[in-house]
Design a protein around this ligand. Structure first.
Ligand code: 3PG
Length: 207
């Protein structure tokens, strides 16, 4: 799989933090039922790897990726957990090359022209722009389009259902990421219907 294909499944990739293993499968099922199949499960909690594994086994329609990948050791672990792709908040050539070696598709994070150049030199053309809003938002993405017409972005960080359509309207934006599809209070209440509805609404966001 090439990570650019992830954009074919819908306009938003949910960035998910799972605190309790028991929530992993019903949460993923709710998103899939709402039409969101590509899931970025972040490596930010002690149950993250087990959650990825549980989702990959129990929800075959889900395309599970690992977010917050920061080291080569993380890569091997998330691949063993059944993840189909990885997302990193920043870029190092060490991670980029390791992903190419083990055949794990990577959506690498960048926030500057220098980082775009480094990732591109290592063979990456589809990049996460992170933290999107704090790092310059729409004006920055428009500015990057000039020198980098061959690079596509997945902006993530600070994007809301209200601002997502403006990001998605940019020619160099293929999909965006955000955590609003899985609010912690809804997960705590096990309000899967709410998450299903947020997923459905996200699917309608492309202008
Ligand atoms: C993250 O890494 O937490 C993502 O960028 C999500 O950001 P958000 O919570 O602002 O959507």
């Amino acid at each position: 799989m090439n990570t650019i294909e992830l954009a074919n499944y819908g306009p938003v990739i949910p960035v998910i933090v799972i605190q309790r293993l028991e929530d992993a499968v019903p949460l993923a099922q709710a998103l899939v039922e709402g039409g969101v199949r590509v899931l970025e499960v972040t490596l930010r909690t002690p149950v993250a790897l087990k959650s990825m594994e549980a989702i990959a086994k129990a929800v075959p329609e889900a395309i599970v990726g690992a977010g917050t990948v920061r080291s080569v050791a993380d890569l091997q672990a998330v691949r063993d957990a059944g993840c189909q792709f990885a997302v990193s908040p920043g870029y190092t050539s060490e991670i980029g090359r390791a992903c190419l070696e083990i055949g794990l598709p990577l959506l690498p994070g960048v926030a500057t022209g220098s980082e775009v150049m480094t990732a591109h030199a290592d063979g990456y053309h589809f990049l996460k722009f992170f933290p999107a809003t704090a790092a310059g938002g729409i004006p920055m993405l428009k500015a990057l389009a000039g020198p980098f017409p061959d690079i596509a972005f997945c902006p993530t960080g600070g994007i809301t259902p209200e601002t997502a359509p403006q990001f998605l309207a940019l020619p160099n934006v293929k999909v965006c990421g955000g955590s609003w599809l899985t609010p912690q209070d809804a997960v705590d209440r096990k309000d899967w219907a709410r998450i299903r509805e947020l997923a459905r609404a996200a699917g309608r966001l492309r202008a």
